[in-house]
Design a protein. Structure first.
Ligand code: ATP
Ligand code: MG
Length: 143
């Protein structure tokens, strides 16, 4: 029997879907008197012809965009009286979200059904699909 959800992890990519996921996660964290983790993974594109300087520049831009996403989420959670654990990784989001949820012993992952690319033909984006396949804990997908 499940009698407690004590840690909730929300995956953020800056999309309107992930904003909705954050609102659900904040609501559930309060309702369960749990603690909230927020994760953003910097997903570097593979640019085969790019020189190191361009790669550095893109990395830097994605890093500061990621920090903004996390800070905004943190502010929203704090405005509802929550303290959050902030997680930032670089790599393939599915792997890092799953790893962080295992390592931090999260009881629930909350994420959007789609994200930044939001191709409407697919019911789920590749990251929410991958996480729901590989996570050990339940995954709440917010449409
Ligand atoms: N880089 C990321 N870091 C953290 N969470 C992410 C990241 N990318 C996506 N997510 C989470 O996954 C959800 C679904 O996004 P996903 O990337 O799967 O869809 P998409 O962008 O529409 O499609 P795709 O990326 O497969 O082309 C987002 O709402 C967010 O919760
Ligand atoms: Mg995406």
């Amino acid at each position: 029997m499940i009698n407690m959800i004590s840690k909730i992890l929300v995956a953020l990519d800056g999309s309107t879907h992930s904003k909705k996921a954050l609102d659900y996660a904040i609501f559930l964290t309060k309702a369960c008197k749990a603690s909230l983790g927020i994760i953003h993974v910097i997903h570097l594109p593979t640019i085969s012809s790019a020189d190191p300087q361009t790669v550095d520049k893109v990395t830097h831009l994605l890093e500061s965009a990621g920090n903004k996403i996390l800070t905004k989420a943190e502010e929203e959670a704090e405005a509802s009286g929550l303290k959050v654990d902030r997680i930032r990784e670089v790599g393939y989001p599915v792997n890092h979200i799953v790893k962080a949820s295992n390592k931090g012993r999260y009881d629930l992952i909350v994420m959007g059904s789609r994200g930044m690319s939001g191709i409407k033909e697919f019911l789920l984006g590749s990251i929410s699909h991958g996480v729901s396949q590989h996570a050990k804990c339940p995954v709440l997908i917010v449409h």
